[in-house]
Design a protein. Structure first.
Lengths: 190, 231
């Protein structure tokens, strides 16, 4: 299984996570702080801008050039982010915004409660989001969970889920949570 | 007593943006002369210390903040999240004052916006602002940076919603339920999908564009290389 970890967390030790991941997995771990990634300018030339249309390509040239194909050909993408007001941190959101070109085509389709574009690639990775909080906050944790549910519906991924990792809870129970989650992945993705 | 109203645009694409058009229309209909209006926008550069400082100072002085941003992949654009993070880091430096916060989320699609609004609400609560309501404006993509009085009947509901909101703010009230409901009214989803898809199909046929091109189908990125490890 090809697993791509996109890590936008500050000061989080994820070595435990690697140990917990399924055996015989190929893992690429990208720390977003170390990448040169510009933020989306909203020109939409990759999707529907009729004047400068270039379907599937982003006009910006940066480290997203290798993240796009890596993302598309992964079986599972783990998004690790600090939870910011119930959403992704800006580091992670930069990637999410830029993924528009790799995910969507111009034509529309009703998807869940939202309206999304028809997907660009037939194969898409499953998504698992791990949201970190210094102190457990029910409001933002709830928003984050719903956000990931909606993202997974909009991106039409085969499997999607999320997990809240609160740093004020003891490490053992957090690791147990991750272990349970990975068991669930193994069953679902097998 | 003079009340300071800050219009904060979460769009960073320039001056002619839909967020700017919406905020302009709103400010034009605020009739209370005791309300002084200032405008700012989120910077397109990250980080931009000068812009961060400017936004912080204006928020510090404001009595009412009206924030308007586009919906981007269900949430707010990355530069907005950056600015929210920066403001939260400095929230203890704000002078003690009851600031009111209104969020307006606009987007092309005919439905959605709930998550983006929830994030705004969480931000407002975390900053200790007084939540003064929200407007969700689907179908706003048709505005395309034009002044709202120049737009056609498709934008009528958005105009009405903003005018009701402006009246409420002038009278010192939060966003009325009527404004929220009016702003959300749209053409049926199926009709929008039909129109948009027909236009795209026609354009692509005329210009010989393969809209479904998948450029990375045969590129594998880092999966081709050896710098990953096997567990």
């Amino acid at each position: 299984m090809k697993i791509l970890i996109l890590n936008a967390c500050h000061n989080q030790n994820i070595e435990n996570l690697n140990v917990l991941l399924p055996n015989k997995s190929n893992i690429i771990h990208i720390r977003l702080q170390e990448q040169n990634i510009l933020h989306c300018t909203g020109c939409m030339s990759c999707v529907w801008n009729m004047e400068s249309m270039n379907p599937g390509y982003c006009i910006l040239k940066d480290d997203m050039n290798f993240i796009y194909p890596t993302f598309i050909h992964s079986d599972l993408v783990i998004l690790m982010t600090d939870i910011v007001f119930g959403g992704f941190s800006h580091q992670m959101k930069k990637i999410i915004d830029r993924l528009i070109s790799a995910l969507f085509t111009a034509p529309l389709k009703k998807r869940g409660l939202d309206v999304g574009h028809i997907m660009r690639y037939k194969k898409r990775p499953s998504i698992y989001a791990i949201g970190f909080q210094n102190k457990y906050n029910n409001e933002t944790a709830d928003t984050f969970t719903k956000y990931i549910e909606n993202i997974c519906t909009l991106w039409d991924v085969p499997y999607g889920n999320s997990l809240i990792y609160a740093l004020d809870q003891d490490a053992e129970s957090n690791n147990q949570l991750i272990q349970n989650t990975i068991t669930e992945w193994k069953d679902t993705l097998a | 007593m003079n009340c300071r109203l800050l219009l904060l645009s979460g769009s960073y694409r320039g001056e002619k943006t839909t967020s700017n058009s919406i905020l302009s229309h709103l400010s034009q209909h605020i009739e209370n002369k005791d309300i002084s209006i200032e405008r700012l926008k989120i910077s397109s550069r990250i980080p931009d210390k000068k812009n961060d400082e400017l936004i912080f100072n204006h928020i510090d002085m404001a009595d009412i903040i009206i924030f308007c941003a586009p919906k981007y992949n269900l949430s707010l654009p990355a530069p907005v999240m950056y600015q929210f993070e920066r403001l939260y880091q400095r929230k203890d430096e704000l002078t003690e004052k009851k600031r009111k916060f209104i969020s307006i989320i606009q987007f092309e699609a005919p439905v959605g916006g709930t998550i983006a609004q929830k994030i705004c609400r969480n931000f407002s609560d975390s900053m200790g602002f007084c939540w003064y309501g929200d407007l969700t404006l689907p179908g706003a993509g048709e505005i395309k940076g034009r002044p709202l009085h120049e737009t056609d009947s498709m934008i009528k509901n958005i105009r009405t919603s903003l005018e009701i909101t402006a009246k409420a703010i002038s009278d010192g009230h939060p966003v009325p339920e009527k404004a929220r409901k009016t702003g959300k009214k749209q053409m049926p989803t199926w009709l929008i999908i039909l129109i948009v898809n027909s236009l795209i199909k026609q354009y692509c046929k005329k210009n010989n564009i393969d809209i479904f091109k998948a450029p990375y189908e045969n590129e594998f990125g880092l999966w081709d290389k050896n710098d990953f490890y096997h567990n």
